[in-house]
Design a protein around this ligand. Structure first.
Ligand code: GLY
Length: 392
């Protein structure tokens, strides 16, 4: 995409946020209502979902770009909810990184707000406390009130999405000098590399450990098509996560891992450059697209290109940048509904829990707007314009 096109796209996305800010108010978008209804569903009143900070992240990006107080004020309307998350043990899981990096850390980085800093440090403590120091892994989910079968499934489980949550720990380390935050982030990256990334640099969604011995058991899926398939959003969480880790810590092994994950995407993505929801989906299945996987991958490729530039590899950087820009253009050309009248989000055709969608007749889970797709789409546009000092 050319720089003028990027400027126009950024303008359209900011206009969409500005138009929808009074409609969304203090609520946190969860998923689009239906494949052709571009308005949001939200968690039930006084409820919680892992997606709670993606619109907040967009608001902080809008504040960063414009300096207009309305974006800051609207973002801060969710501070009470952030406190409630930290005070509700059953809501605590590895997603604290998504929830607090894009909200409290963003506020602190942009405005120096000390209350936001304190909240973000509490979140980092809660995330660090999920670390199993014997097995060297962060337990992704909490065995809550869902029953023994659920507890058995989740207690020794890591998931690839967690790569996005490590920047909160790295931020806390840089802010306080307490080394255990950094140790946990590095161990989790190492364990994820060892068990969640296969030899061909495709990824498992999750990996289970024996909760008594911490011995590895097996890779499994949660949202993908099958244990041995490759859920495209999971691949994007990994690609972006390892590139971001390089930008934060400067260890080139992270950069090379991200590049190999990107090469895998290049080898399997369909010619239209919008990922199918699983890169190993059999041809007999409905080939739903996942625009959110496209947005996270595009943002990750641009972060990877920035990393390769910093590391002194300009030609490789150009190749990944061109791939990222082509994916971004594909999203704009085939999924962008940001300027459509009444649209509350940016991208159609996101896919979440497709198996659930098919078993329980929830069509919006297989084809709808997703707030994380939107956040990373805006992030990708900004990275394409050369902005890499974000909230991670
Ligand atoms: N982190 C959950 C998802 O990507 O759907």
């Amino acid at each position: 995409m050319k720089s003028q096109e990027l400027i126009e796209l950024q303008h359209d996305l900011l206009q969409n946020i500005e138009r929808n800010l009074p409609l969304i108010g203090k609520r946190c978008p969860m998923i689009g209502k239906a494949p052709d209804d571009f308005t949001w569903d939200y968690p039930k009143a006084d409820g919680y979902f892992w997606t709670d900070s993606f619109f907040t992240g967009e608001l902080w990006l809008a504040y960063m770009l414009t300096g207009e107080g309305k974006f800051r004020n609207c973002a801060r309307m969710r501070d009470g909810h952030l406190k409630q998350i930290l005070d509700t043990p059953l809501w605590l899981n590895h997603d604290l990184g998504f929830e607090f990096s894009l909200a409290a850390v963003a506020d602190y980085k942009l405005t120096g707000n000390q209350e936001a800093r304190a909240l973000a440090l509490r979140a980092a403590d809660a995330l660090r406390s999920r670390f199993n120091w014997n097995g060297h892994y962060i337990v992704a989910w909490t065995a809550g009130t869902e029953g023994k079968e659920h507890a058995q499934k989740v207690q020794g489980k890591i998931i690839i999405d967690c790569m996005q949550n490590l920047p909160l720990l790295i931020w806390a380390f840089k802010e306080t000098g307490v080394s255990s935050y950094l140790e946990v982030a590095k161990y989790q990256a190492e364990t994820s590399h060892q068990y969640l990334i296969r030899e061909d640099f495709s990824t498992y969604h999750t990996f289970d450990f024996d909760t008594t011995t911490n011995e590895p058991i097996a890779g499994r899926t949660w949202q993908g098509y099958a244990d041995e398939s490759c859920w495209s959003r999971g691949q994007s969480w990994a690609l972006h996560g390892f590139a971001q880790l390089y930008l934060l810590l400067g260890d080139e092994s992270y950069l090379e891992t991200s590049a190999k994950l990107a090469d895998y995407v290049k080898s399997v993505i369909t010619p239209d450059l919008v990922p199918v929801w699983d890169y190993r989906l059999p041809a007999s299945e409905i080939q739903y697209k996942d625009s959110s996987a496209g947005a996270v991958t595009a943002a990750g490729l641009l972060a990877l290109a920035e990393g390769l530039t910093r590391a002194g590899h300009p030609e490789r950087a150009t190749a990944y940048r061109e791939f990222g820009l082509a994916m971004l253009k594909a999203l704009r050309d085939t999924c962008d509904i940001s300027t459509k009248q009444g649209s509350q989000g940016f991208l159609a055709h996101g896919a979440s829990h497709v198996a659930l969608a098919q078993n329980k007749n929830l069509p919006n889970y297989a084809d709808a707007m997703l707030p994380y797709g939107d956040y990373y789409y805006l992030e990708a546009v900004l990275r394409a314009m050369g902005m890499h000092s974000l909230f991670w």
